[in-house]
Write a protein that binds this ligand. Sequence first.
Ligand SMILES: Cc1cc2nc3c(=O)[nH]c(=O)nc-3n(C[C@H](O)[C@H](O)[C@H](O)COP(=O)(O)O)c2cc1C
Length: 181
Amino acid sequence: MSKRSYLDKPVSRETLDRIFEKVRWSPSAANHQPWRFVVVTEAGQHAKFVEALSRGNEWAAKAPVLIAVCAREKDDGVREDDPVRYYQFASGLATMSLLLAVVDEGLMAHPMAGYDAPKLHTALSIPPEYHIMCIVSLGYEGSVDLLDERTRKKDESPRTRKPMAEIVSYDRFGFSEAEGA
Ligand SMILES: Cc1cc2nc3c(=O)[nH]c(=O)nc-3n(C[C@H](O)[C@H](O)[C@H](O)COP(=O)(O)O)c2cc1C
């Protein structure tokens, strides 16, 4: 669940260490482990991170921890004729491990694609060869009453997903090609 309201409460380094110990064991092609997590908690760096958030993601400024998930193509390590970019795929898996580990700790995390990548590269000294795959906010969940009206509406809108038959078929590819076009 991707919620948006955070309590003004820091997350201890011990908690973060327990979370990333789980993340560390994520699977990856040829065990390349291409993911790099830049975990921002220090006030000055946090303020710079916040400046890179896109409009609509201002709520994330309240999260005490902001994370940039980084990976570079060089760590792909898979055949050149394979169109799948495994460094991106593995970073996604590790990000999901992060989300699950955060929930296990009773905290809340929210992945985001809405940020100014060049600004964030500069703010966090991320080398240009590393792509920022996504960013993640992390902290203790607060009440929706702490949110502005527009963000509260987003948080309160019902969660939806495609029906099972649109995403799962047994024994052969049973989806119409026109679907989603
Ligand atoms: C790669 C990625 C990028 C996302 N970017 C944003 C974002 O910029 N802002 C935001 O509020 N939510 C963002 N989300 C959260 C999605 O909107 C959310 O996961 C989806 O709507 C399902 O929400 P639910 O799990 O609460 O039902 C992103 C999620 C992913 C996986």
